[in-house]
Each structure stands twice: as structure tokens, then as C-alpha cells.
Design a protein around this ligand. Structure first.
Ligand code: PEP
Length: 259
């Protein structure tokens, strides 16, 4: 069974509730027309209830951009997995590089959050990737394999279909500087090999690995054309619904009747 591609929007710290309603209302019918691709939108907490409600029973997966792994208690400013479920989130970003770099999230925290998301029935999209300095020093794989490995150590026995990784080289995020399709394939192919070594073929063949970093309508086709790339996590080019829909359409697998 080939993996189902995923196109995921990360709105970051953008959009009011009204803007989110307008976007979601425009996206829903167009996502319903997209065959064979999962469409996810990772929205600010303040919009999540509304987007979750509008997207319930639709082709669009509503997701959060972050959460904390405890369920409740004295964690001022945090949001838990049951709270996300309560507002109809079905997925959550974990360890986005902005969380790691600006807010100091460690590999261990990211691993705990991933485990908690899985246990709560949320689809975790776990972000990994290296800085420019790390890449230039030949340290891309050491960084990425450590990040992925720490998550695998923590998550226990789960099926590969229940988890998504996103390879997002930090130097390509929001910079307009996209990794070449070969660089994306190289890193994502190595992630899949690591999944195979650590968890076996069924897990590695089921887990989706996305690319993220300045994906836009002009470059999505060649990124999606790579063997191991199962979709994209998109910031800037997801903020306008027309541009995001173009990305969703580019992720649709060719139909079996050749149309
Ligand atoms: C992201 O936010 O995960 C991202 C990849 O952003 P952009 O597409 O703007 O580079």
C-alpha cells in the first residue's frame, strides 16, 4: 500500500478567528475535491476550536502547533492533549524548529510530547532538521538522526501510519532558500533507512516523512517527485488559501485511470 501523501499548512502566529473562518470555509470544498491526499492545517490555539468545529467530519485535519505532555495542573500558559482533543484537534506539530530554537525545546521534551500525542490519539508531526552551520560542518545527519532516534526510543510499540516526521532544514524555513530536491531526498531517504533499522520494514514503509522549508507552488512538483518525500509542511505559502490549494493539488497522486 503506497503511503498517502500529506500537505500540511503551518500558520505559525498568524490569523484572527475571523480570518481563520474565512480561510477554512474556502478550503473545505477544495480539499474535499482533492483525491488521495491528507490535508492538514496547524493553527494558533485561539483559532483551533473554530477550525476544529468547521473541519469536523471533513477532509481537513485540524491541528495545533504545540502542546505540553502533562494532562492538567500547574503549568501556566500551557495546553494539554485532552484540551486539544476537546476542541476537535486531530493532529499536532511537535518540535518545530521555532519551538526548539526560540523556546529551547530539547530532544527529550520533544520525545515526551510525541509519546503523549500518540497515547492521546493525536497524530504527531515531528519536526527535525539542522542549522546552516551544522550542515556546513558536515553535521546534518548527526543532528537529524539524534532527533529522530530520541523520539523512537520513547514512543513504544506503535504503527508507522500513526506518526509523521517532517524534515525541515532550519536554513530553508521562511528564507526562500529551499533544499534541492536531491538534498531533500537524501535526508528523507536516510530517515526512512533509520526507521527501517530501528523499527523494521512495516513501520518504515508506513510512516510518512514530509519536507518543509520554503515550499511554494513553483517548487512543489520537483520536491514531491522524490521517492521518499510524502508531502510537505508549509509556512509562508500556506497563508493564502489559493496558494495552499495549489500545493494540495500538486500532492495528489496520479489517478489510476490515467486522468
Ligand atoms: C514551516 O513553518 O514549517 C515552514 C516550512 O515554513 P516556510 O514554508 O515558510 O519555510
Amino acid at each position: 500500500m503506497p503511503r498517502r501523501p500529506m500537505m500540511a499548512a503551518n500558520w505559525k502566529m498568524n490569523k484572527t478567528v475571523t480570518e481563520a473562518q474565512n480561510y477554512t470555509a474556502a478550503l473545505l470544498p477544495r480539499a474535499a475535491d482533492a483525491e488521495g491526499v491528507d490535508v492538514a492545517v496547524f493553527v494558533p490555539f485561539t483559532c483551533l476550536h473554530e477550525v476544529g468545529r468547521m473541519a469536523e467530519n471533513s477532509a481537513v485535519i485540524a491541528g495545533a502547533q504545540n502542546f505540553y505532555y502533562e494532562d492538567s495542573g500547574a503549568f501556566t500558559g500551557e495546553i494539554s492533549a485532552p484540551m486539544l482533543k476537546d476542541v476537535l484537534a486531530r493532529a499536532v506539530l511537535v518540535g518545530h524548529s521555532e519551538r526548539r530554537e526560540i523556546f529551547g525545546e530539547t530532544d527529550t521534551l520533544v520525545a515526551h510530547k510525541t509519546k503523549r500525542a500518540l497515547d492521546a490519539g493525536l497524530l504527531p508531526v515531528v519536526c527535525v532538521g539542522e542549522t546552516k552551520e551544522e550542515r556546513d560542518a558536515g553535521g546534518m545527519w548527526e543532528k537529524v538522526s539524534t532527533q529522530v532516534g530520541r523520539v523512537l526510543e520513547e514512543i513504544g510499540e506503535v504503527g508507522g501510519e500513526g506518526i509523521v516526521f517532517a524534515y525541515e532544514p532550519i536554513w530553508a524555513i521562511g528564507t526562500g532558500d529551499t533544499a534541492t530536491p536531491d538534498d531533500a531526498q537524501d535526508a528523507i531517504g536516510r530517515i526512512r533507512e533509520l526507521l527501517r533499522e530501528e523499527r523494521g520494514g512495516e513501520f518504515a514503509d508506513g510512516a510518512r516523512v514530509l519536507y518543509g522549508g520554503s515550499v511554494k507552488p513553483a517548487n512543489v512538483a520537483e520536491i514531491m517527485g522524490q521517492n521518499d518525500v510524502d508531502g510537505a509542511l508549509v509556512g509562508g505559502a500556506s497563508l493564502e488559501v489559493d496558494s495552499f490549494v495549489q500545493l494540495v493539488e500538486a500532492a495528489e497522486p496520479p489517478s489510476s485511470d490515467g486522468e
